[in-house]
Design a protein around this ligand. Structure first.
Ligand code: DAH
Length: 374
């Protein structure tokens, strides 16, 4: 039974004492029954609620209704009761809060003699590790690292790299297009970037020459997966632009980088090639670091270099002036500056480095395979 405030029939000291006694014992009983915060809130509102709480009621029914000569005494009593009630409400809250904390502690009691949860340490993925190594070789030469979006526009992936609309050079890129782009102008249509080269343009748009950058990243092509192809793979792009950059700079830089990566005894060789965004363009080969360039491993043929003693490692060339035209407004006047660029497949390099015979192993997430590189 919840307590209701009675009207006082008389204001004698005895009657007041009795009424106060009843109120306090009701207060204590109700307080003891409070077990959680929701109930506590109801309890608080019933006793100290402004509108119709017990305290408001004794003010109305006892103090205001008291005859003049009793006012002083009733006033004192009401004040004392007010303190008592407010105090009890507060203490009740503290009691349930500490109670809750204690029961949580009991439930979570820690047994420090139990063996801990073993969380195996992760490790760099072999492709990422290879990319980091390549990037650090160029960092040591003063290159900085840039990146760009994997979902790219036709403009950056093709047009600004001197692949005009409908040009057959686009066919070499086996592009995966984002669906439902036909309503947009061609240059705004989205696709999965087929190479990291678009970041050359993006960087030249935001940084004035001279620049020296490398761009590691993910690329996609419409290649069905097999032992040497994956629709998703990784490239590292490089770009150096300054006044008087020559093909000699390109050769010296890449020759140094290959020696740093594969050992000081590897040789490099360049043969002519074609890329729309470089002129002249070349493919660079390194002498096979597996067979030492002989094409043989003992009596066995060396497979990674297909018996040739050379491994094709990247595409490169001098930046085509047509590419600079697209960023001319940012200080890339092809009459005044020149540059070289290169791009290599990180997965392929990792395959060669670690002697892996199937690129799929890198991406199907088998921990037994990946652990070998930890
Ligand atoms: N983007 C080319 C590709 O994926 C690779 C490449 C070749 C990048 C020559 C370059 C370059 O920067 O100069 O086929």
């Amino acid at each position: 039974m919840t307590y209701t405030v009675p009207k006082l029939k008389n204001y004698s000291a005895a009657a007041l004492g009795k009424a106060a006694g009843k109120l306090v014992s009701a207060l204590e009983q109700e307080s003891a029954a409070v077990k959680n915060e929701t109930v506590w809130k109801e309890f608080r509102d019933r006793w100290v609620g402004r509108k119709s709480g017990v305290l408001t009621q004794i003010n109305e029914l006892w103090l205001k209704a008291a005859p003049k000569e009793a006012k002083r005494e009733v006033g004192q009593l009401v004040n004392e009761l007010k303190k008592e009630v407010e105090n009890t409400v507060e203490l009740t809250l503290q009691r349930i809060r500490t109670g809750a904390a204690e029961s949580r502690l009991t439930a979570e009691r820690l047994d420090i003699t139990l063996p801990g949860n073993h969380r195996p340490l992760g490790a760099e993925h072999p492709v990422i590790k290879t990319m980091n190594e390549i990037v650090s070789v160029f960092r040591n030469l003063g290159y900085s690292v840039e990146d760009g979006p994997v979902i790219e526009t036709d403009y950056y992936n093709f047009e600004a790299l001197n692949f005009p609309p409908n040009h057959p050079a686009r066919d070499t890129q086996d592009t995966l297009f984002v669906a439902n782009q036909e309503s947009k102008p061609l240059r705004e249509r989205l696709l999965l970037r087929t190479h990291t080269s678009p970041v050359q343009i993006r960087t030249m748009e935001k940084m004035k020459p001279p620049i020296r950058i490398v761009i590691p990243g993910k690329v996609h092509r419409n290649d069905p997966p097999d032992a040497s192809h994956s629709p998703m793979f990784h490239q590292i792009e490089g770009l150096a632009v300054d006044t008087n950059i020559t093909f000699g700079d390109l050769k010296g830089t890449l020759d140094h980088a290959m020696k740093a990566l594969f050992g000081s005894s590897v040789k490099t060789s360049f043969r002519p090639s074609f890329f729309p965004f470089t002129e002249p363009s070349a493919e660079m080969l390194v002498s096979c670091f597996i067979c030492g360039g002989s094409g043989k491993r003992g009596a066995e043929p060396c497979r990674p270099c297909k018996l040739t003693g050379w491994i094709e490692i990247l595409g490169c060339g001098m930046v085509d002036p047509n590419v600079f035209e697209f960023v001319k407004h940012n200080g890339y006047d092809p009459q005044k500056i020149s540059g070289f660029a290169f791009g290599m497949g990180a997965d392929r390099i990792a395959i060669l480095k670690y002697g892996v015979d199937d690129i799929q192993l890198f991406f199907n997430g088998d921990v037994r395979f990946l652990q070998q590189f930890a």
